[in-house]
Design a binder for this molecule. Structure first.
Ligand SMILES: CC(C)(COP(=O)(O)OP(=O)(O)OC[C@H]1O[C@@H](n2cnc3c(N)ncnc32)[C@H](O)[C@@H]1OP(=O)(O)O)[C@@H](O)C(=O)NCCC(=O)NCCS
Length: 138
């Protein structure tokens, strides 16, 4: 817990984040392969790393010129509440700063959290198909 958290952009180096460290509370988390494919296919990824372990990450999908969507931001429980999530968000928003729109979806309790970074609550729509994550659907 006292080990230093370092931040890295992009992908293509070790360590690879372990799916079992993330997706807390998901009834059907992605498989490791699906997780890695999603990160490789992302426009931008930011990692928080302690030693060999990825303790947090955020990724963004984008056309690169107008719009981006942030599907995942997650920090492992033992590193929460230390500003890791905020650092990851700020690094990501810096990388996406040239775009017109940056969107994400969150549960109502997290609205205030994201307002810290200048995001505003706006109505949204979506559909979820858990079987497409590759894992077992509970
Ligand atoms: C949300 C999350 C990424 C924040 O990461 P973190 O490193 O703990 O965040 P920070 O240290 O930057 O900020 C902590 C603040 O976020 C708030 N926060 C964290 N999770 C929250 C939640 N679910 N609801 C409301 N507030 C929350 C904390 O209360 C704390 O507030 P404070 O600064 O006033 O004390 C982390 O809690 C997490 O991984 N949660 C599970 C996955 C998740 O919900 N991801 C977001 C999907 S939209």
């Amino acid at each position: 817990m006292s080990e230093k958290v370092v931040y890295r952009s992009g992908y293509g180096y070790e360590p690879v984040p372990r799916v079992e460290d993330f997706f807390e509370g998901w009834p059907s988390p992605p498989t490791q392969a699906t997780f890695q494919d999603a990160l490789r296919g992302s426009y931008a990824v930011e990692f928080a790393i302690v030693g060999e372990r990825v303790v947090g990450f955020v990724n963004a999908l984008s056309d690169g010129v107008v719009a981006a969507f942030i599907p995942w931001l997650e920090v492992v429980p033992d590193y929460r509440g230390r500003g890791v999530g905020a650092k990851l968000m700020r690094r990501m928003l810096d990388r996406l700063g040239h775009l017109y729109s940056v969107d994400l979806l969150c549960d109502p309790p997290l609205v205030k959290y994201y307002q810290r970074f200048g995001l505003q609550a706006i109505p949204g729509m979506g559909v979820r198909t858990p079987r497409n994550l590759g894992g077992t659907t509970n």
